[in-house]
Write a protein that binds this ligand. Structure first.
Ligand code: UD1
Ligand code: M6R
Length: 371
């Protein structure tokens, strides 16, 4: 079943051009002489009005599924104008946080069986919210018990570390944002640009996967480190959290995803010439802020690995003293799909080099069905 690959995680990372193609199949409308470009999500079409009119959208999930929702949040806020809040399922349950009839609660789960997410679903149903599922598993508890939803159709994911489900979840939530925002003429050109970006995304993913050897070399350099920080912001705050989660989960190396805007509020104290730091600085509306973060880390002799858009190495590292990972540039809201892939590859190679179990990390289960 692994074909020519040694591990399921490796196979699942490399099959992302295909899994993303299946996720989008039949759901993107190309547009033409009589109809505009658009998105068709069969499971949501009768509920879009309710979602548009809701007072708030709440994304609820755990682990990687939460991170995927965090990556999609800015685009949904932009296109819907509805406030979007984020909840880790366990924290929502601990607090018994307020949920109302006027809310849309979106449950994101690869397996559709995660105990905390399911309990949060029961709680939101009891409070009268519209409950939407985004899951990879047809017939799962979350798919069955939500009012409506979207299957991400990424194909079976076997590695405990979620990889292809993450990128498909982001793409489904970007399509959801387009569908919800479909009634606004003012954002039509933006929606169409993102739809074009979605059509081209599998090709861009194929391109970024060519960094495999480069990531293996980087892993060789980092394999004996104790810790790795990942700085991101905006669309790529989620990339920082998810990259760090992959590294700690499979490579068993301490890793922390940090919101770059918080740097001066504590994390900067950690910076010295030994601690490796990945900074995500691909081109978007936060670019100049990330350039100044890089300068400040550099001034403290930080050991930087900067991820930037192709051709922009000299803009992020004028001194030439940091290591640079150049990735293809796509629409800003889709960039998290591209940017996570080098970090998935890095986590994979670190795990192999450190001699740990890739597909079955110690102490973890693929589906967390107990609290
Ligand atoms: C559906 C079919 C697909 C077919 C397509 C043709 C299924 C599972 N999908 O896909 O095989 O090719 O029509 O038009 O038969 N749902 C939830 N909660 C969730 C996920 C989904 O309630 O978490 C519901 C949806 O609201 C929908 C149904 O499950 O009623 C199927 O969802 P989805 O597979 O995403 O719908 P389509 O893409 O239309
Ligand atoms: O099946 P789910 O998406 O609900 O699972 C949620 C988390 O348990 C899961 O994403 C976990 O964080 C992964 N092992 C991360 O790779």
């Amino acid at each position: 079943k692994k074909g020519s690959y040694e591990h399921f995680m490796q196979k699942e990372i490399h099959e992302q051009p295909e899994s993303l193609t299946t996720t989008m199949r039949g759901r993107l409308i190309r547009g033409g002489s009589c109809n505009a470009k658009g998105v068709l999500l069969g499971g949501l079409k009768d509920h879009l009005k309710t979602i548009r009119r809701s007072r708030r959208v709440i994304f609820i999930g755990c682990g990687t599924s939460y991170n995927a929702a965090l990556a999609a949040r800015p685009f949904l806020e932009e296109l819907s104008g509805v406030p979007v809040s984020m909840e880790l399922a366990s924290d929502l349950l601990d607090r018994q946080g307020p949920i109302y009839r006027e809310d849309t609660a979106v449950f994101v789960s690869q397996s559709g069986e995660t105990a905390d997410t399911l309990l949060a679903l029961e709680y939101a149903l009891k409070n009268g919210a519209l409950c939407v599922g985004i899951t990879n598993t047809v017939g799962s508890a979350i798919a069955r018990n939500t009012h409506c939803g979207v299957h991400i159709n990424a194909g079976c994911e076997i590695g405990v570390a979620s990889t292809k489900a993450y990128t498909s979840q982001i793409v489904v939530m970007a399509m959801l944002a387009i569908a919800v925002g479909d009634d606004a003429i003012s954002s039509q050109s933006r929606r169409e640009a993102v739809i074009d970006g979605l059509f081209d995304l599998p090709n861009k993913v194929r391109e970024v996967l060519k960094l495999d050897d480069e990531m293996k070399d980087l892993a060789k350099l980092l394999m004996d480190e104790q810790s790795l920080l990942v700085f991101g912001r905006g669309y790529n705050y989620a990339t920082a959290l998810e990259g760090a989660l992959k590294v700690k989960e499979v490579a068993l190396m301490h890793s922390e995803g940090i919101l770059a805007g918080e740097m001066k509020h504590g994390p900067l104290a950690l910076v010295d010439e030994t601690l490796p730091i990945v900074v995500i600085a691909t081109h978007d509306n936060c670019f100049s802020k990330q350039q100044s973060v890089i300068q400040q880390l550099h001034a403290r002799k930080g050991r930087l690995i900067v991820m930037c858009s192709k051709g922009e190495a000299s803009l992020v590292c004028p001194s030439g003293s940091c290591r640079v990972i150049e990735v293809p540039q796509v629409e800003d809201c889709l960039q998290p799909v591209i940017n996570i892939i080098p970090l998935q590859l890095l986590a994979y190679h670190l795990t192999v080099l450190r001699g740990y179990d890739v597909d079955q990390p110690r102490n973890l289960a693929k589906s967390v069905t107990t609290q």
